[in-house]
Unconditional design. Structure first.
Length: 137
């Protein structure tokens, strides 16, 4: 009677593992725990807060610390906007413009929690006064 190689393999497989399991008297193997992954390293950074320049007047805009308040402006005018804050330690202005083929909008970068008055001035000279409230994530 001929046996199929598959039948032989199925019958012989358990014999391959005999002796592979440790005896009760064998010393346990020390296993190093995997390093902990912090929540901040496993998640993406929060996205910036995006607001149109025309919508800023008289508002208070919450911005998460370490992110930015990105201002949407008319295409081609990004570099023509200027801004100031009363407390640059809380938030500071970063000009927009083009660099290495990429276009950046003007933005206010949130440095530490707190509140500061801010002003954004457009290419036409119109000022937009508002408040930035930098909050914890």
């Amino acid at each position: 009677m001929k046996r199929s190689p598959l039948v032989v393999l199925v019958l012989a497989a358990p014999l391959l593992f005999v002796g592979c399991t440790p005896a009760a008297s064998d010393a346990p193997v020390a296993v190093e725990p995997a390093p902990a992954v912090s929540e901040s390293s496993s998640t993406q950074a929060p996205a910036p807060t995006v607001v149109a320049a025309k919508d800023l007047d008289g508002t208070t805009v919450p911005v998460v610390i370490g992110t930015a308040l990105a201002i949407t402006v008319d295409k081609g005018t990004e570099a023509q906007w200027t801004g100031t804050t009363a407390d640059p330690d809380v938030a500071s202005f970063s000009a927009g413009g083009t660099s290495e083929g990429a276009t950046f909008t003007p933005e206010f970068v949130a440095h530490k929690t707190g509140t500061t008055a801010a002003t954004l001035t457009g290419p036409d000279g119109k000022q937009h006064a508002f408040t930035i409230s930098v909050i914890a994530p």
